[in-house]
Design a protein around this ligand. Structure first.
Ligand code: HXC
Length: 258
């Protein structure tokens, strides 16, 4: 898989995707997001891939959508092409587990991309923000919606209206990131988490992910009902039999993804 703006490396069953436009702080050009969407299509159907880690470099996860590309676009340009939904949202609809490993800047579309992953592990150097307001626009890839669900209205308003950045400690405190680690441990931590998930039953992991995501889309009672249906359906899987038998027999389960 050869891409101009991405690097892809397999670590066992984990695909490590590195955003690779370092000179532009990984600004998310249409070419980059199209490549990411194409790559995710391939990874989703590849049985050798159980999970994905998305990362950038020491200085930037991604400093946002590419402002130099966007600056001259007209209303009709963005409206007609429905900029930006399809290629960006591919990550949000990816069915396998995804972890964002963030060091340095995750701004604007970079923060939005990280929030489309299932969870975010941050280096102590990470800085998150939705600075679009400072360049005369607003977040356009789910920032106002996902950030609000992550950190609540007051903090989301603060970030979106002032455009300020939030450091990694604040991001952990308010629930934007799940783990905060020293920068030099970031990739090891993210790959270990993804590898742990990759050892588990793939269909059960997908059901768990689908069920948590449902919490953002529905009422509590409907969500609980949805969860119960998926919970019941795990009992149709050989992996549920294996998992519980292994517990009773005091051995490690050998899941077969069936
Ligand atoms: C295009 C970018 C860029 C971006 C950085 N660069 N961010 N190019 N789009 N979003 C480029 C710079 O132009 C520069 O290129 C090089 O990367 C290094 O950046 P510097 O600014 O010189 O670095 P530094 O002084 O360290 O400042 C880092 C920074 C700053 C604070 C992150 O680059 C910055 O404010 N970037 C923009 C952040 C932003 O507003 N993001 C939101 C974008 S709008 P040259 O060629 O000059 O060396 C958005 C909307 C999403 O994301 C909507 C949904 C799709």
């Amino acid at each position: 898989m050869n891409y101009e703006n991405l690097l892809v490396e397999m670590h066992g069953k984990v695909a490590l995707i590195t955003l690779n436009r370092p000179k532009a702080l990984n600004a998310l050009s249409p070419a980059l997001t199209a490549e990411l969407s194409d790559l995710l299509d391939r990874l989703e159907t590849d049985d050798k891939v159980a999970a994905v880690v998305l990362t950038g470099n020491e200085k930037a996860f991604a400093a946002g959508a590419d402002i130099k590309v966007m600056k001259d676009w007209s209303y009709m340009d963005v409206y007609k092409s429905d900029f930006i939904t399809a290629s960006w949202e591919r990550l949000a609809s990816f069915r396998k587990p995804s972890i964002a490993a963030v060091a340095g800047y995750a701004l604007g579309g970079g923060c939005e991309l990280a929030m489309m992953c299932d969870f975010i592990i941050a280096a102590d150097t990470a800085k998150f923000g939705q600075p679009e307001i400072t360049i005369g626009t607003i977040p356009g890839a789910g920032g106002t919606q996902r950030l609000t669900r992550f950190i609540g209205k007051s903090k989301a308003m603060d970030m979106v209206l002032t455009g300020r950045t939030m450091d990694a400690e604040e991001a952990e405190r308010c629930g934007l990131v799940s783990r905060l680690v020293p920068a030099e441990q970031l990739l090891d931590e993210a790959l270990a988490a993804a590898s742990r998930i990759a050892e588990l039953s793939a269909p059960v992991v997908m059901m768990a992910k689908e069920s948590v995501n449902r919490a953002f889309e529905t009422t509590l009672s409907e969500g609980v009902r949805f969860e119960r249906r998926l919970f019941h359906s795990t009992f149709a899987l050989a992996d549920q039999k294996e998992g519980m038998a292994a517990f009773a027999e005091k051995r490690k389960p050998a899941f077969k993804n069936s």
